[in-house]
Design a protein around this ligand. Sequence first.
Ligand code: KIV
Ligand code: ZN
Length: 520
Amino acid sequence: MINDNTAFDNNELEGKEKIIVFDTTLRDGEQASGFHMFPEEKLEIAKQLAKLGVDIIEAGFAASSPGDFEAIKTIAEKVGTKDGPIICSLARTIDSDIEAAGKSLEPAYKKRIHLFIGTSDIHIQGKFGKDRNWVIEQAVNSIKKAKHYTNDIEFSCEDFGRSDSDYIVDIVCEVIKAGATTINLPDTVGWLLPNEAYEKVSYVIKKIREKGFNAIFSVHNHNDFGMASATTIEEIRAGARQIEVTINGIGERAGNTSLEEVIAILKTRKIAETNINTKLIGETSRLVSKYTGIEPSPNKSVVGKNAFAHEAGIHQSGIIKDSKTYEIMDPVDFGVESIITFGPRSGRRALKAKYESLGIKLNDDDFEKAAKTFFSIADKLKEIDDADIVRAINNGEEIPKHYKLISYHPVINEILKVTIELKIDNEIKTSYAEGNGQVDAAINAIKSLVQNNYELIDFKVVSKGKGSDAMGFTQLKLQKNGWKVIGRSENTDSVKSAIEAYIDACNRLKYLENFLNKSF
Ligand code: KIV
Ligand code: ZN
């Protein structure tokens, strides 16, 4: 018999509202197209997930590649400590997968093997060409084998959403008999409507219990119809006590249920408690974006850049009076910021408040003139910055090119060094610097010439077009004293595009500095 510190016994949560959070960012999230992470990146994220308070980290699929095996092993060793979360590996119901999972998890204090097999007739016939009894046999045998490594066994009925409910009851009773401790009921393809999921999960749990069996029931949803969070909430109502989620909702196809959405609902609507420290959600989301290179869409609930941004005048005016008018949760609780942004639909009240916050006092006539100019500038731009707001006071004047790029040269044979020649007012100045790459080196060289303490807060290069001659479009943000500006440039030479965007932003901040340092 293995004594392996199994964390939850079957009845621990009976009657309590605490929900177990099983994070699969590093497995189901990472296996999705474009989201591959390297072992050292997975380790950093695992550390952050432990800080965030997830109960179980599904660290990967040990049998899938040597790299994933090593990543799980390192996470098991470094994060799966006595006080840390349970570390889990996925495995098919085949011996070699179970062996790989068991071995990769060896260093963890608390370990779980997560077995899965398709249970819908579509999977049984289409994928395996077998029958339902064969699936039960595979499942039971695999659990017996996995028990050699740990007593904490999760069993997933893959494609539960399209499986026959009475067959699920049969197979689940057999796997519990064989030793499964958590039963996961995944809607693998996001098929169920939330009310159907409620009924199906309630039915299955009730029948299994009527037959004298029990386990922790878990749910796992995919977002193919955009309903994963709603479905998960319904399934909690139906009796599920473990939820499987990913940060930023990353995962196969349209993604998995997103941790931040479900946790925000549970907390804000006071449905249930979890061990999540919600204040760390923002930084966890940013770390996952950093390592995957993919940010959540701006309108993504809780962590998207617009989730607490207010641009329309009516909304800005409400928010200024009382944030509850247009914010159903406090962004601070989730480690993110509420912001007022400006565009052609913004309101005069917010614009006036913005001028005041910049220390600019305008009489009614001057404000009306500035507002008129501002709205005509805003109509022409995708995104407005503080320099645009200020130049509206000056009839929308062009921002002077205080700094101008004359030339840049990578140093021959040494790719990490760049020489920059800038025209500053009417004088030509040259500097030379090193960096992590040409752009970093060039920016370091510009910094030494411009001699400022501008902080780079955002940097994006996207290619416009698909060929090797595509335009590199750079948009970056710099800030100083809370003033934020956007620098933009496009060029077929993407290094030049980044350098020009940086200089553009420097010119905009210089303009603000000159203007705002005058007294009003
Ligand atoms: O979506 C799914 O069914 C899965 C299982 C492996 C749980 O990811
Ligand atoms: Zn999945």
